[in-house]
Write a protein that binds this ligand. Structure first.
Ligand code: SF4
Length: 456
């Protein structure tokens, strides 16, 4: 299921065939649509559409083009709409200095009013910003007080501007323009936006994607934009669908929350196995307790699965290129289950990887590398520090000073029995990357840097 977070189905373009448009949206798995108001009339129609169709929600607001046309009485009426149960956002509002259809001062005044209204109702804002980034950012900064939330719709700015909007905690959405052959700069800018902060939108009836360019746009055409996003992020179409749907749920509260307790979860063409949420470390950067979501998958287990349950959940491993033991917890905390499942996977000829903190020997009270022989093809061990003291500071292991030497010993042991051994570090300040690289070189293993906050 996917969500079109920005459409204008109340526009005259859909007067004749709205039912057909909605039916095509359903066929294309568009589960929900947010119809975005641009004027008092359009906001009223948005609310009416939302009340008429179960899968439509409304956003209410006055487009910056119309900022000077709205009276105080109109504004009061608009404020009343904000109380409607299917209104999930305020906007579109913002600044448009490209067309300047309303004086800039009026646009700014209305933008402030929308932001106050959103705050009063604890709703996100849908922001239109065209050729006005500096003023938009200044106004948004003046409303930054812990409650500001929203999305910059139809983003068309630079990488630097995207970063500044992201710093405000905002989401960014891309329309069909990102599919245009001449949109390389936009695609480059999109790469700097974490996939956890993007939303899908069509801006129908405008900006139809390549393949439908020049035609009236409609929610079902999201299917043209998603492959481009998948390409930009190196993810699968399913990943983009799942992640953006979860993002829309988080921002607008529509759709369904991702079910917790995933034992097996797919990203790209790999299947990941989440055996436990226990870990002998409490790394300063770990998010397993604060944000247990990886690429739209919720990994807080209700209980730890048995080996049989894991195998049953995996189903047919043929569908995946590789199976990875990596969840929100340390897999070697459940070494017996790991070994049973790995044996099953090897019996099916699967490539198996283990992501570990490398403290399995201490966790299990015996050297464990030999037990992995023939079962694990690649092992990725978190090094995360160049000294035992630094490791203690960052990884806060229950094993204290014993942890780092045991980790180094495990890397050496793993090298003897596992074909590919890799050590990694997370790029947080304070870790001496060069020294870690040097340690990897001396141990004769590969080295990789993992980006902080980027999981899966
Ligand atoms: S080793 Fe991994 S799971 Fe354990 S605390 Fe550190 S980051 Fe989290």
């Amino acid at each position: 299921m996917i969500i079109d977070t920005h459409a204008h189905l109340d526009f005259p373009e859909y007067k004749i065939d709205l039912d057909a448009v909605l039916s095509r949206a359903k066929e294309a798995h568009v589960g929900y649509i947010i119809n975005v108001g641009t004027s008092l009339t359009s906001s009223k129609k948005s609310v009416a559409l939302a009340n008429q169709f179960k899968n439509i929600y409304a956003s209410i607001g006055i487009h910056p083009h119309d900022a000077s046309k709205i009276s105080e009485q109109d504004w009061q009426t608009l404020q009343l709409f904000a109380k409607e149960s299917k209104v999930v956002a305020i906007g579109e509002t913002g600044l448009d200095y490209y067309r300047n259809r309303s004086p800039r001062e009026e646009q700014q005044r209305m933008f402030h009013k929308h932001l106050d209204l959103a705050k009063d109702h604890n709703l996100p804002v849908i922001i239109h910003c065209r050729d006005a980034s500096e003023d938009c950012l200044n106004i948004l900064n003046s409303h930054k007080n812990g409650t500001l939330k929203g999305v910059v719709h139809c983003f068309s700015g630079t990488k630097e501007t995207a970063e500044r909007f992201l710093d405000l905690g905002l989401y960014i959405s891309f329309t069909g323009t990102i599919t245009f052959p001449n949109a390389d700069a936009l695609r480059e800018a999109a790469k700097t936006v974490p996939v956890e902060r993007i939303l899908l939108e069509t801006d129908s009836p405008f900006l139809a994607p390549q393949g439908k360019r020049g035609e009236r746009n409609e929610p079902s055409y999201l299917s043209f934009t998603i492959p481009t996003l998948a390409n930009i992020y190196g993810l699968s179409i399913k990943d983009i669908e799942r992640i953006t749907t979860f993002n829309a749920y988080k921002l607008f509260g529509i759709g369904e929350s991702e079910q917790g307790g995933k034992v097996a979860y797919a990203i790209r063409n790999s299947l990941y196995i989440n055996l436990t949420n226990r870990c002998s470390n409490m790394c300063t950067f770990c998010m397993r307790e604060t944000y247990p979501i990886v690429k739209g998958h919720h990994l807080t287990l209700q209980r730890e699965p048995t080996a049989e349950e894991v195998i049953q959940t995996i189903g047919n491993p043929e569908e995946y290129e590789e199976v990875v033991f990596c969840g929100y917890g340390e897999p070697t905390e459940r070494l017996d289950v790991l070994i049973t499942v790995a044996k099953f996977l090897k019996s099916r000829g699967k490539r198996v990887r283990l992501d570990t903190n490398g403290l399995g020997d201490l966790i299990n009270g015996r050297p464990i590398a030999q037990e992995l022989k023939g079962l694990i093809d690649t092992i990725c061990i978190s090094l995360n520090a160049e000294t035992a003291e630094k490791y203690e500071e960052i990884c806060k292991s229950v094993f204290g000073k014993r942890a780092y030497p045991a980790l180094i010993q495990f890397i050496k042991d793993a090298k003897r029995v596992v074909p590919n051994v890799q050590v990694s570090l997370v790029d947080i300040p304070g870790i001496d990357e060069e020294k870690c690289k040097q340690i990897a070189r001396e141990l004769g293993v590969d080295f990789r840097i993992r980006r902080y906050n980027v999981l899966g």
